[in-house]
Design a protein around this ligand. Structure first.
Ligand code: C5P
Length: 243
C-alpha cells in the first residue's frame, strides 16, 4: 500500500466521513489521511455537498482512495445511468445493494470498468428479527453468502458484509479475486466501543483475522475526542495483526 514519509504503512481502513457539514468531513479526512488507505463518502455528505466533495477530499488526502457509498438500488437501466454519472469521479469503490439482483449489478459493473462495484449483502444494522420482518430468508450468514455469491457472478469486485459473516463469505468466493469489506467494526472496550445502531459487530482485529480486506470504521474514529489519534491507534493495532 502507498504510504507517506511519516507513516509508511496505511491501514486497511475506510473511514466513514458521515459528517454534519462539509468542513468537518474535510477536517476528518486531513486528520486521518496519514494512517488509513481509504475515505468513504456516504449519502449524508454526497447528498449535501454533491460530487465536488470528492475532488475536495482528493486535495485534502491525495494518497487515499475514494469509496463512494451510495448504495444504489433500482432497475438496471437507472443504475447504469447513475453509475455513468459518477464515472468521472473514478471512485475506487461504488456500492450497490446486492438485493437489486444480478442484472442491476452487471449494469453498474459495465458502466464503471475502472471501479470495484461493491455489493452490499445484509446491512450490519439488521438483526435476525429484522430479516424476518422484511422477509429476507435468514439466518443473516446464509443470506450474506447467497447474495455475495450471486453478486460476484454478476460482476461485483467487492462485497460488503458484517464481520460476523466474513469468514463464510470468504469461503464461498475463495476462488475469486474479491475484496471483502466489513462495517460494524468496534473496539472491544474503551472509547469508540459503543455499538450505536449497529447490530452484528466484531472487533477490527477479529474482522481481519476472519478474512476481511478492508474495514469500514466511522464513529470509533470520527466521534473520538482526537480522530487522528484514534486512527493512528487503530492502524497500529492492525499492524500487529498483520505482522
Ligand atoms: O459509525 P460506523 O462505524 O457505524 O459507520 C459505519 C459506516 O458503514 C456507515 O457509513 C454506514 O453507512 C456504512 N455501512 C454499514 N453497513 C453496511 C454497509 C455500509 O454500516 N452493510
Amino acid at each position: 500500500m502507498t504510504g507517506t514519509p511519516t507513516d509508511p504503512w496505511r491501514a486497511p481502513i475506510a473511514v466513514a466521513l458521515d459528517a454534519p457539514d462539509r468542513g468537518t468531513a474535510l477536517a476528518w479526512a486531513a486528520a486521518v489521511a496519514p494512517h488509513v488507505a481509504v475515505l468513504k463518502v456516504g449519502l449524508e455528505a454526497y447528498l449535501r455537498d454533491g460530487a465536488p466533495i470528492v475532488g475536495a477530499l482528493r486535495d485534502a488526502a491525495p494518497a487515499c482512495g475514494i469509496f463512494l457509498d451510495l448504495k444504489l438500488h433500482d432497475i438496471p437501466n437507472t443504475v447504469r445511468g447513475a453509475a455513468r454519472s459518477v464515472a468521472p469521479l473514478v471512485p475506487a469503490y461504488l456500492t450497490v445493494h446486492a438485493s437489486g439482483g444480478p442484472a442491476m449489478i452487471a449494469a453498474a459493473a459495465e458502466a464503471l470498468p475502472a471501479t470495484a462495484v461493491t455489493a452490499v449483502t445484509v446491512l450490519t444494522s439488521l438483526s435476525e428479527d429484522d430479516l424476518a420482518a422484511i422477509g429476507l430468508r435468514g439466518p443473516a450468514r446464509d443470506a450474506a453468502v447467497r447474495l455475495a455469491t450471486m453478486a460476484v457472478r454478476a460482476g461485483a469486485r467487492a462485497i460488503v458484509c458484517s464481520p460476523q459473516e466474513v469468514a463464510a463469505v470468504r469461503e464461498a468466493v475463495a476462488d475469486e479475486d474479491v475484496t471483502l469489506i466489513t462495517p460494524g467494526v468496534r473496539p472491544a472496550a474503551g472509547e469508540g466501543s459503543g455499538v450505536g445502531d449497529q447490530a452484528r459487530v466484531a472487533t477490527p482485529e477479529q474482522a481481519l483475522a476472519d478474512g476481511a480486506d478492508l474495514l469500514v470504521v466511522g464513529r470509533p474514529i470520527t466521534a473520538a475526542a482526537d480522530p487522528a489519534g484514534a486512527a493512528r491507534a487503530l492502524a497500529a493495532a492492525l499492524r500487529e495483526v498483520r505482522a
